[in-house]
Design a protein around this ligand. Structure first.
Ligand SMILES: [Zn+2]
Ligand SMILES: [Zn+2]
Length: 426
């Protein structure tokens, strides 16, 4: 399929004129040929000295199909073993950046894209995305998720000029990678609910059109989970489209609001390693576990609201002791406090929250039941439990308490700090 990006960049009923930077998106068997054509005689012809960045795995997976493209480019193959989007990888690329390089081709997954996006934006040259697996929703992202000397940083960078996703390549990606893409996508259930709740309570900007686009993409992927797990080409194409759409949604809104909230906050928390050891899990794998943990909590809250057991209490202030004993130990307390300034919950009026409780319960009721979500994730071969990614069950409560402090974005998980739930939920 070819995505007409003009469809997304137009005046919208939300009152904004959305803007999308990506010029062309091709998701089909044969996208590699379309790329070759664009380089040989199309709009990419003007770039005479392209650098192709891949890793040892993605090189192997694309060597044959992209043969002519490899011939056209200077090629840099990074070692896939222990590859991260960090200063070490950037240094290797920079050492290979000759003066005349005028275009970067990212051939790989999320990490290769982050490295390429970062370097391209440092050198102020465009980059073209060639995803080799439907593993994350960040291919068309406008930020690079980097690690500098062990610290996670989100660095502003440019969106790709174009995306060429060849189904013959990504449908054959290792199952774990495409399952991870399903996981990243299913996190949207939670973050869209968080967005709706936040609009309800604070009047935060919200776009119905963007939400509808994402919900439609979720429904499509939901209908072909087993086929994705089996590498069926049409189904994997649906997944790739949904992931790219989620990236476009971020461009349309100008930040990651439509694609990341409480579920991603858990994943980011675990990546910070303040209450857990290093996890050997992919981004999506942490997100689907975060999604399950948050979903269970949200369903509990909705249940308590329906039973009249959920009451609003005024915000009690930052949990300084908890923050000190966790983030403080790692020397990142100051960064966390700065991130949370000014406090989001100050904008939440307790009486308005009290009035909105039933509406919040409605939004949560619209989410899949825990069993259904588990079943869907299972069908696609995704991680579901804390144990699946090497975490202990004891970490659940602390994760729920700390995750909202990781990013300054209003979620029901954060609002939970103004909710008192009586008795055990049955
Ligand atoms: Zn809109
Ligand atoms: Zn994600």
């Amino acid at each position: 399929m070819r995505v007409d990006t003009d469809d997304f960049g137009r005046p919208c009923r939300c009152g904004r004129e959305h803007h999308v930077d990506v010029k062309e998106i091709v998701i089909e068997a044969g996208a590699a040929d379309a790329l070759e054509e664009a380089m040989a005689e199309g709009y990419l012809k003007e770039y005479i000295s392209p650098l192709l960045i891949c890793d040892t795995n993605t090189y192997q997976a694309t060597e044959e199909l992209l043969e002519e493209i490899y011939d056209r480019c200077q090629v840099l193959v990074l070692d896939a073993e222990g590859l991260h989007a960090d200063n070490y990888a950037v240094e290797i690329v920079e050492n290979n950046m000759e003066d005349d390089i005028d275009l970067i081709l990212a051939v790989g997954g999320g990490t290769i894209h982050d490295i390429s996006r970062y370097v391209a934006s440092q050198y102020r040259i465009p980059f073209v995305s060639v995803p080799t697996a439907a593993s994350v929703d960040g291919f068309v992202s406008t930020v690079a998720a980097m690690t500098w000397d062990g610290l996670k940083k989100t660095v502003p960078a440019a969106a790709p000029l174009a995306v060429f996703a060849d189904t013959r390549i990504f449908a054959k990606a290792p199952g774990r990678l495409n399952a991870s893409g399903v996981s990243d996508l299913f996190g949207k259930y939670i973050c869209l609910a968080d967005w709706k709740i936040s609009r309800l309570l604070t009047g935060e900007y919200y776009c119905e059109y963007v939400t509808e686009l994402e919900e439609k993409a979720l429904r499509t992927v939901k209908s072909c989970l087993r086929d994705i797990a089996q590498g069926d080409e049409d189904s994997c194409e649906n997944l790739m489209y949904a992931l790219i759409l989620s990236g476009l949604a971020m461009q349309m809104v100008g930040n990651s609001r439509p694609a990341s909230c409480a579920e991603h906050h858990l994943s980011h928390l675990w990546e910070m390693e303040v209450i857990n050891p290093h996890l050997d899990a992919l981004h999506g794998e942490k997100v689907s576990v975060g999604t399950m943990v948050v979903l269970e909590e949200y369903k509990k809250i909705a249940h308590a609201i329906r039973k009249g057991r959920c009451h609003v209490v005024p915000w009690q202030g930052l949990e300084t002791e908890l923050l000190e004993e966790t983030f403080g130990k790692k020397g990142i307390l100051e960064g966390i406090l700065k991130e949370n300034e000014p406090e989001l919950l100050e904008k939440v009026d307790p009486s308005r929250l009290e009035e909105a409780l039933e509406d919040i319960a409605d939004i949560i009721d619209d989410l899949p039941e825990e069993r259904e979500m588990e079943h869907m994730l299972e069908k696609a071969g995704c991680c579901r439990t804390l144990g699946d990614i090497g975490l202990k069950e004891e970490i659940r409560e602390k994760s729920l308490a700390l995750a909202p402090y990781v990013r300054r974005r209003l979620s029901l998980l954060r609002i939970r700090k103004m909710l008192k739930i009586e008795g055990e939920s049955v």
